[in-house]
Design a protein around this ligand. Structure first.
Ligand SMILES: C[S@@+](CC[C@H](N)C(=O)[O-])C[C@H]1O[C@@H](n2cnc3c(N)ncnc32)[C@H](O)[C@@H]1O
Length: 310
């Protein structure tokens, strides 16, 4: 369960979908303006931060109970709360910026724009007609966004946390990634990384950088199918793990010999094994090893690498 400030009034379910303070503060800074319309304010977590950076905030949600909670959670005098359909309120409001954190199904096979409420495409159309700039939160797993926007992926503490699409005059590039709390930012065009060769070091990049398609900005790298590793030792806020490469093996048996030689007893596997097979394979690898010293075994380009986290 997400940690919200102790004074926040919210049910367990509200907390699950609520915006965390660190994200809300960052976005409020980026969207500071005179009049901001927030559609889908929920229990008001993002609203509290907008109240600090915008002159006037109009916050709307279709759920009456949430708006009652939001009023208790945000007592700032520059915020007007409404119960109703945000699209209707938008028709009669002059806002500089519209922000929307839409409702999404709790789970779905593949995330898509059409499952979001209100409909992002309709919302963008209306904002364009009214001359308001739209920023909209989207599920970070979404594969394709059909309208032009800066897709900004947020990394919080090394993990992929949020995707916000900034449209029109709010967009600064086509893709970006920001690390919180440092607010270190990288921007550019989404693209493939340049393939390199495994050498002495591997620096694993944040999954937010991978999602943003900005791995190419870090120099040559390699992928194990999930993560992207820059092939040198890099000091950067987006490096989540640095590994020293201790040896290369053609198969698990050869890898075990290397692991024994270096005195490892535990091995984190990053091999292409099915999740249900993970512990069977791991026990097999660790069967002949002794001690608590831990290594990782990475599979890159059909080769296995014994690496140690530094
Ligand atoms: C993910 S939640 C927002 C959470 C919010 N950022 C918070 O911190 O509590 C999405 C919200 O959108 C609201 N919603 C869905 N369709 C809407 C619409 N057409 N107009 C206004 N609100 C809507 C839902 O009731 C829900 O509270």
């Amino acid at each position: 369960m997400k940690e919200l400030p102790a004074d926040v009034l919210a049910t367990k379910e509200d907390k699950r979908f609520a915006t965390t303070e660190i994200v809300a503060d960052y976005r409020a800074q980026r969207l500071a303006c005179d009049t901001l319309l927030e559609i889908g304010c929920g229990v008001g977590m993002q609203t509290r931060s907008f109240a600090e950076t915008c002159k006037k905030v109009i916050a709307v949600d279709t759920d009456k109970r949430k708006v009652i909670f939001a009023r208790k959670n945000c007592k700032a005098s520059n915020v007007d709360f409404h119960v109703g359909d945000g699209l209707k309120v938008l028709e009669s409001t002059e806002a500089d910026v519209v922000f929307c954190d839409p409702e999404r199904p709790a789970s779905e096979g593949q995330r898509k724009l059409s499952s979001l409420q209100p409909d992002p495409t309709k919302l963008l159309e209306m904002c364009e007609e009214k001359g308001a700039a739209l920023a909209i939160e989207l599920p970070p797993q979404i594969q394709q966004v059909s309208f032009p926007a800066e897709l900004e992926y947020l990394d919080v503490g090394g993990k992929l946390n949020r995707l916000t699409a900034y449209t029109g005059r709010l967009a600064r590039s086509s893709a970006s990634v920001v690390a919180l709390p440092s607010r270190y930012r990288i921007e550019g065009n989404k693209g493939e990384g340049k393939e390199g060769h495994v050498g002495e070091w591997l620096s694993e990049l944040s999954p937010a950088v991978v999602k943003a398609g900005l791995v190419g900005q870090f120099g040559e790298g390699v992928s194990d199918g999930k993560a992207w590793y820059v092939t040198n030792k890099l000091q950067n806020p987006f490096v989540v793990n640095t590994y020293k490469v201790l040896g290369e093996a053609e198969n698990v048996e050869e890898a075990v010999v290397l692991l024994k030689k270096h005195g490892f007893g535990k091995v984190l596997l990053r091999l292409r094994v099915k999740p249900e097979e993970y512990w069977r394979v791991r026990k097999q690898v660790e069967a002949d090893l002794e001690g608590e010293k831990q290594a990782a075994l990475l599979e890159i380009h059909q080769k296995l690498y014994v690496v140690s986290k530094v």
